[in-house]
Design a protein around this ligand. Structure first.
Ligand code: BGC
Length: 443
């Protein structure tokens, strides 16, 4: 009888976070400014001290070590490292060195992201990602940083979720810079892609053995009505612009329409050493004439189970089979795959254990079917500032009181700890945390 879903030896078990969501007092970026605007954040809250990582990241690192986690994905705050154009702050770099050193001392392998939605204010004033100058500026920041941190980290993500950044900021206009401008959106996407290529080259020039990727938000975008050509088109265009242009462009160096004219950019050619995917939910797409929705309105399947963000939330319907599907689709690229984010908002933790186990079950299936998945990073370790949702959505394995900074591990933290230590999902933990899944996981 099979008593566990075993993962391959060396499989990486970690958690993920981003600078602005955890560090606190990031007052030199565009998000800090945005948070001060009445009505910008759902519950009116501000990031404030966040999870207080700038002063006390070690508190969470100690807990991670106690839970037996062996990896963590974090991001660097460009506005701290380069607070003015061309001026690199040694004290900020010193603090990042301390944090990374702290991870290593605790046996936690770092994966570091350079851009996770936030920009220095000076960059915003110069036109931000709409201005092509950003490519060289980003490359310069990345080069400087890798020169200073290459002894502590060798696994990097250049950009987090290009399409989410652009969709929220330039299509929907609900995140800074709050625009509804399709032309601007395409320009920003193009610059992000080229900046990735430039950064990839800079990293490898300093650290030839580095592993570099992008964290891509992956969705399924199934046509709402599988027989409708319009719905098929809507799903196709979203996947093409949001995913394929990136996966293919970083293989063959081509910048495809509508981000380019299919022209070749050498720095982009073979600029991914692995694929990073953030997976939260599966959705369906219905055609609309609105270009600001990329011709598709997304919706969930009828029925089903929703997380705390409910039917209107972006990341809310339980759909682990979609993860299996995505992993199968990406396998032919032949690159190692890391699940760089997966999780859900669930304050009382009554869904997280089941969701976590259901997703890992599908990851296990995908690996069995040949998908080269090398690691899983749960979003997130301790509750953090959830962008325009503020503090009301709680994604943490550990509950955080953002006022007192007190931490209380949720049951899911113990579950995840057991999984990491056993390098697999045992029948015993399944029976303990989600017995209803036993027939599915251990038929
Ligand atoms: C982002 C995170 C975010 C998470 C949950 C991802 O889109 O990379 O920053 O907190 O989803 O919404």
């Amino acid at each position: 009888m099979n008593n566990a879903l075993h993962f391959p030896p060396g499989f990486v078990w970690g958690t993920a976070s981003s600078s602005h969501q955890v560090e606190g007092n990031n007052h030199n970026n565009q998000w800090w400014l945005f948070e001060q605007k009445p009505g910008a954040i759902f519950d009116g809250s501000r990031s404030g001290l966040a999870a207080d990582w700038w002063a006390h990241a070690e508190r969470d690192l100690d807990l991670m070590q106690q839970f037996g986690l062996t990896a963590h994905r974090m991001s660097l705050e460009w506005s701290r490292i380069e607070p003015e154009p061309g001026y690199f702050a040694e004290d900020a770099m010193g603090r990042y060195r301390q944090i990374l050193q702290g991870m290593r001392e605790r046996g936690i392998q770092p994966m570091v992201t350079f851009h996770h939605f936030t920009n220095p204010m000076w960059l915003e004033r110069k036109g931000g990602w709409e201005h092509s100058e950003v490519i060289a500026r980003f490359q310069n920041y990345v080069r400087h940083t890798v020169e200073r941190l290459s002894d502590l980290c060798d696994t990097w993500l250049t950009i987090n979720e290009p399409l989410v950044y652009v969709a929220q900021g330039w299509f929907r206009g609900i995140w800074p810079p709050e625009k509804q401008d399709a032309v601007g959106a395409l320009k920003v996407l193009r610059h992000l892609l080229l900046a990735h290529g430039a950064a990839y080259q800079a990293i490898h020039a300093v650290q030839p053995k580095a592993q570099v990727g992008v964290a891509m938000a992956v969705r399924n975008f199934h046509p709402s009505n599988p027989d409708s050509r319009f719905d098929q088109f809507a799903g196709w265009i979203k996947r093409f612009i949001g995913q394929e242009i990136w996966f293919k462009g970083t293989q063959d160096g081509r910048v495809r329409l509508p981000l380019g004219l299919n022209e070749y950019h050498k720095p982009l050619d073979h600029s991914a050493d692995f694929i990073g995917i953030n997976y939260y939910s599966r959705d369906f797409t219905r055609f609309t004439f609105n270009p600001l929705r990329l011709f598709g309105e997304e919706h969930y399947a009828e029925g089903g189970e929703f997380s705390d963000s409910g039917q209107k939330g972006v990341y809310s319907q339980l759909a682990p089979e979609g993860l299996h599907h995505v992993l199968q689709e990406l396998a032919p690229f032949g690159l190692p795959i890391y699940i760089t984010e997966n999780g859900l908002p669930d304050r009382d933790d009554d869904q997280r254990p089941r969701w976590l186990l259901s997703h890992l079950h599908r990851v296990h299936d995908a690996i069995r079917d040949g998908s080269p998945v090398k690691g899983y990073y749960h979003w997130t370790f301790a509750d953090n500032y959830e962008w325009s949702e503020g503090w009301h959505l709680r994604f943490g394995l550990v509950e955080l009181d953002e006022v007192t900074q007190e931490r209380r591990p949720r049951p899911s933290a113990d579950l995840y700890s057991a999984i990491a230590r056993e390098n697999g999902v045992s029948r015993a933990v399944t029976a303990q945390y989600a017995p209803e899944l036993l027939p599915l996981l251990f038929p």
